[in-house]
Design a protein around this ligand. Structure first.
Ligand SMILES: [Zn+2]
Length: 358
């Protein structure tokens, strides 16, 4: 029973989030839950101050004189998060509300030359300083921290298992951060976290099947349909960057030869002339087209520093036209979460925890 209730809780919160504001009756219609169940759960949200009741509005048709319905919406200022996005080159720390509106943002260099705990200590020090500078009202509402990081993550145990060069050992990230800050932390792979953001704030609102691709400095991917993100064994992300595109190609950091990343990572592209660049990006387009044949996404969403580069993006789109069935520029485009892409991933992982009532 508890499991069903938690699931219903998450379904209702996603429904309210997708709609912006909505009546209880419409939630029941959209989710297929009974009106009684919706009312019961919404009362809990009201008690926890997670939702607010908006202005009453007149019912539109056939409602007789003066019948009104109350719209409810999520109170995005009810919780604040410490969002930490660890990337290969830099780490962004932000304190935001549930819509990703930042109160504070800091960027520090990702220190790969010290023990992981030492680097996590410097992140904690920075986060604590940022929190101390927040208004009292925000401080009191900081309920959770979330970390996104490249590589393999054990979300259940709060660990990074392999972060490809940031560190190469198992690191108890959430435990260490909690010890230093006193705040509970969750962790997720960076591309899965960003897919979560697309799901909650952008394309996911339209029930689309979306393939999210991060391009720069490496290549990663995640796929979701509605509220479900598809991952591999034990939540592993899709290793698009390690699709083999030339078996006789260069040695990749992963041990294989000719992985996509050996052609189109930031490092690889920086060493190529114009023609080599076009050829490498052509291989990328073929890989995306092949993957799209399997996953049949409504849309491919790109993000990351290389995808943002106009020259690279237009080369990719030119090539995609050749291979991608029914390609249009609307089918593959840069994320609309551009302004907050540095930290919206971990914010979304935190929101998901709140939605699920964990
Ligand atoms: Zn590889």
């Amino acid at each position: 029973m508890e499991q069903v209730k938690l699931q219903n809780r998450s379904v209702i919160l996603h429904c309210i989030n997708d709609a912006g504001s909505i009546s209880r009756k419409d939630i029941a219609e959209k989710t297929g839950l009974t009106a009684a169940a919706v009312t019961l759960i919404c009362n809990e949200f009201l008690r926890d101050k997670l939702i607010i009741e908006g202005e009453s509005v007149k019912k539109e048709i056939g409602s007789g004189a003066g019948r009104r319905k109350v719209l409810i919406s999520i109170d995005y200022k009810s919780n604040y998060f410490v969002a930490i996005s660890i990337e290969t080159d830099r780490t962004v720390i932000a304190i935001t509300d549930m819509q990703g509106n930042p109160s504070k943002i800091e960027t520090i260099e990702t220190n790969k030359n010290c023990p992981p705990e030492e680097f996590l200590n410097s992140i904690s020090d920075c986060a604590k300083k940022m929190i101390s500078e927040c208004d009292q009202e925000i401080k009191e509402k900081i309920s959770l921290g979330a970390v996104s990081i490249p590589g393999i993550v054990d979300a259940e145990k709060g660990k990074s298992l392999q972060a490809y060069g940031i560190w190469n050992e198992e690191v108890d990230v959430c435990k260490i951060l909690k010890e230093k800050t006193g705040i509970d932390f969750v962790i997720e792979n960076n591309v899965i976290a960003f897919a979560r953001a697309e799901q909650i704030f952008a394309t996911g609102k339209y029930k689309e099947n979306v393939l999210v691709i991060k391009w720069g400095p490496g290549v990663g991917a995640a796929n979701f349909v509605e509220n479900q993100i598809y991952t591999g064994f034990r939540g592993r992300p899709a290793e698009l960057g390690h699709f083999i595109v030339d078996p006789n190609g260069e040695q990749c950091v992963c041990g294989q030869r000719g992985c996509l990343e050996t052609f189109v990572s930031a490092k690889a592209l920086s060493q190529k002339n114009e023609q080599e660049t076009a050829e490498a990006i052509d291989k990328f387009a073929i890989t995306i087209a092949n993957l799209a044949r399997v996953l049949t996404p409504d849309r491919v969403i790109l993000y990351g520093e290389l995808a943002k580069d106009e020259k690279y993006q237009s080369l990719l789109k030119e090539s995609a036209k050749k291979y991608y069935r029914n390609y249009t520029d609307k089918k593959m485009r840069y994320t609309k979460l551009e302004d907050c892409e540095d930290y919206i991933g971990p914010v979304s992982v935190a929101i998901d925890v709140i939605f699920q009532g964990k």
